[in-house]
Design a protein around this ligand. Structure first.
Ligand code: PMP
Length: 451
């Protein structure tokens, strides 16, 4: 059976009176560090639909920033959480093992281990924590201190993570001093190739740049790790050229450097495979995972080769990390992703659905790109898709992007920007082709208005 077709339903102009009152109270009491591009106050959700306090229903192409893998209030996830919460809500994984987290670790490892290559898991609560753990482990394991990250990257907002982050100076301004011994290199963006390269050569150009740094700027034998998003998220939903990550692997091997893939945004099936790096012929030493792992409950993990996870027992830990209720939600999410539990209208697994519906959306957006020259680039894999707005001279047009994004919102399509001039499409992975078509229709209407 297919889910019944629905359309966005706007009962009041946004924000309606109830939402407006909540926004007002919120402004008075919450930290100002939030970015609220749209006056929207979600009250409840179902699948790919979110309804606000005034009864307006929006189509969700944002999924809580690529988090709600199985959509909102998926019955299988809700049941798993209800069952788990009735047993206990916390014991503390640093002291006592619990079957639900042990089996979650086993399930996660199945997605990375290769014959003869054993991995291990550390559980935390957020993406930033997984990143912090990765840097600590890399330093501890190698006895080296320097970490290389990429420009345009986002790794979180704790001290280590903001230091590694290479996008938007506002994340760092006024917060220093940051972590010492961190450098940034360009990300190989085929649409805007760095270092005077071309779309084809940008991967090699970044590798050469790092090798040059090793000659005169950073001693390679002081570099503990290189951390990179295999597909860059906040920086603009960018897919690197196919040779980049394998060449980065070779470079790391040559110099004894740990290769960390930050899969917080692109991982957990979003690109049509469990991890976005699995589209390339490469294996890292560590992987950070969060966001989509538990459909919205807070849990994250650092996966690392057993040969690398050599920090002494008890040297790193977390009170809440690997919480049993969040772990239950992660199991339920994996059931749907892997296809042990089927979601109506989504084929054999959510991996397959993300790949198929993503391909359909990309195809339709490419048609729009041909019709609207200000849509300069459409890129991505699966349901990790970016559309970049450009000025006639080809430079990024953030203003036009903002107008497009807001008009889509006003027409009932929740979406989110990233990079300088990109709208990201990161819906729940249960999005059907019909629901995708509803969103695409709104997008085309908006692009037509902006012409
Ligand atoms: N890494 C990446 C690639 C991310 O996209 C994010 C969040 N946008 C983070 C790390 C940080 O995750 P969190 O907000 O859960 O700390």
């Amino acid at each position: 059976t297919q889910p019944k077709p629905r359309q966005p339903e706007l009962k009041t102009s946004l924000p309606g009176p109830k939402s407006a009152a909540i926004i007002e109270r919120d402004k008075q009491h919450l930290s100002t560090s939030y970015m609220r591009p749209y006056p929207f106050v979600p009250d409840h959700g179902e699948g790919v639909w979110l309804t606000d306090a005034d009864g307006n229903t929006m189509l969700d192409f944002f999924a809580g920033i690529a988090v709600t893998t199985t959509g909102h209030a998926h019955p299988h996830v809700v049941k798993a959480v209800q069952d788990a919460v009735g047993k206990f809500t916390h014991v503390c994984l640093t002291d006592y093992p619990q079957e639900i987290t042990t089996s979650l670790a086993e399930r996660m490892l199945k997605h990375v281990e290769k014959p003869g290559e054993k991995w291990r898991v550390f559980f935390g609560n957020s993406g930033a924590e997984a990143v912090e753990a990765a840097v600590k482990l890399a330093r501890n394991h190698t006895g080296r201190s320097h970490v290389i990250s990429t420009m345009g990257s986002f790794h979180g907002r704790t001290y280590g993570a903001i230091t590694l982050t290479g996008s938007k100076t506002k994340y760092k301004r006024g917060f220093g001093p940051l972590l010492p011994a961190v450098s940034h290199v360009p990300y190989p963006n085929p649409f805007r190739p760095p270092l005077g390269s071309t779309p084809e050569t940008c991967g090699q150009a970044v590798i050469d740049h790092i090798e040059n740094l090793f000659v005169g700027v950073i001693p390679a034998d002081e570099v503990a790790a290189i951390i990179v998003e295999p597909m860059q998220g906040e920086g603009g939903y960018i897919v690197p050229p196919a040779d980049f990550l394998p060449k980065l692997r070779q470079l790391c091997d040559k110099h004894g450097i740990m290769l960390i893939f930050d899969e917080v945004q692109a991982g957990m099936g979003r690109t049509g495979k469990m991890f976005s790096f699995q589209h390339f012929d490469v294996q890292p030493d560590m992987i950070t995972v969060a966001k989509g792992i538990a459909s919205g409950l807070p849990i994250s993990c650092l996966l690392a080769k057993e040969s690398v996870m050599t920090w002494p027992v008890g040297s790193h830990g977390s009170t809440f990390g690997g919480n049993p209720v969040a772990a239950a939600a992660a199991h339920a999410t994996l059931d749907l992703l892997e296809g042990q539990v089927k979601h109506d209208g989504c084929g054999d697994s959510l991996f397959d659905n993300a790949a198929a519906v993503g391909e359909y959306i990309m195809g339709e957006l490419k048609k729009m790109q041909a019709d609207y020259p200000f849509l300069g680039d459409v890129r991505g894999r699966g349901l990790f898709i970016g559309m970049e707005f450009v000025k006639p001279d080809g430079s990024p047009d953030g203003g036009l992007r903002d107008r497009a994004s807001y008009r889509m919102f006003e027409k009932g399509l929740l979406n989110l920007d990233c990079g300088e001039a990109v709208i990201r499409i990161s819906p729940p992975l249960i999005l059907t082709r019909e629901e995708a078509a509803t969103g695409l229709k709104i997008m085309r209407e908006v692009l037509e208005e902006l012409r």
